[in-house]
Design a protein around this ligand. Structure first.
Ligand code: ATP
Length: 248
């Protein structure tokens, strides 16, 4: 047993644990009620994809690791679902690739921003950006446009898990390399990504960290070769095929 009353051998253990973490996130004031709806949508896609990391998603995760290692200023964006589902794993990834963490909310309230920053610190984060909000993403309305000028505002590579479509498109339009984790390959976020990672965030983030550690000693040329070989259209098509065929 772990933090839920379900044995780990239960066939839906991972899914139930994920659901429990989101519920707890709502109770802690970290996750919005709309986050529950996003979770439900994600679960449906995960069920169809077979609740596993496909070979194609694993490759996208390796490419994401290479992009993060090549970046001048990588930033990992955190929303209420991400903070509830894998706070410690995001902190570990930030350490592995020397990235900043920035809280970035669709429904921004100072209370929720503070709660998430505190939650991340409790999971080992040192500095967490997002509270200064002195930068803007062009093309979005006031609250949703807010970012830190020296965080996402200045980043060349941004990992945006579970981002809403508008903001993902606006970030891409700023010329940033966008690494998107989203179980729906048809979502605008996945469609606008440089690297769409169609996988559950709870599997994807530790796997990107594993790849980053394996690639830690790779040369810039080797990393560029990995990045250049990536075909985003093929990755999206693979994911859609896996969903239609019920997993690989
Ligand atoms: P679009 O990008 O088309 O505008 P949206 O903004 O309506 O979509 P939301 O409901 O705001 O999408 O965001 C939720 C997205 O995150 C959904 O596409 C869902 O599949 C995905 N998602 C939810 N939970 C997870 C998870 N644990 N791992 C990966 N993706 C997830």
């Amino acid at each position: 047993m772990s933090d839920i009353e379900v044995p780990e051998s239960h066939p839906r253990y991972e899914s139930l644990l994920t659901r429990h973490r989101i519920e707890e996130g709502v109770d802690l004031g970290i996750t919005s009620r709309q986050g529950l709806i996003a979770q439900g949508r994600g679960e449906a896609f995960d069920y169809l994809i077979g609740e596993q990391t496909t070979a194609s998603a694993d490759e996208a995760e390796r490419v994401a690791a290479a992009y993060l290692l090549l970046a001048d200023h990588p930033v990992l964006s955190i929303n209420g679902n991400v903070a509830a589902l894998c706070p410690g794993e995001m902190v570990e990834l930030a350490e592995a690739v020397d990235a900043d963490l920035e809280v970035n909310l669709f429904n921004r309230t100072e209370e929720r921003m503070e709660a998430i920053v505190t939650h991340l610190r409790e999971h080992g984060a040192d500095e967490v950006k997002g509270l200064t909000a002195d930068g803007r993403i062009p093309g979005l309305d006031h609250e949703r446009a807010k970012v830190d000028a020296d965080g996402i505002g200045d980043a060349d590579v941004v990992l945006v898990p579970l981002e809403d479509g508008d903001r993902a498109e606006a970030l891409a339009a700023m010329g940033k390399t966008e690494l998107v984790i989203d179980l729906n390959p048809l979502s605008r976020s996945a469609q606008s990504a440089t690297v769409p990672i169609v996988d559950n965030i709870i599997r994807a983030v530790p796997n990107i960290t594993r790849h980053a550690r394996n690639l830690a000693d790779a040369s810039e040329t080797e990393l560029r070769t990995i990045v250049d070989a990536f075909d985003r259209e093929a990755a999206l098509a693979d994911a859609e095929r896996a969903i239609r065929d019920g997993g690989e």
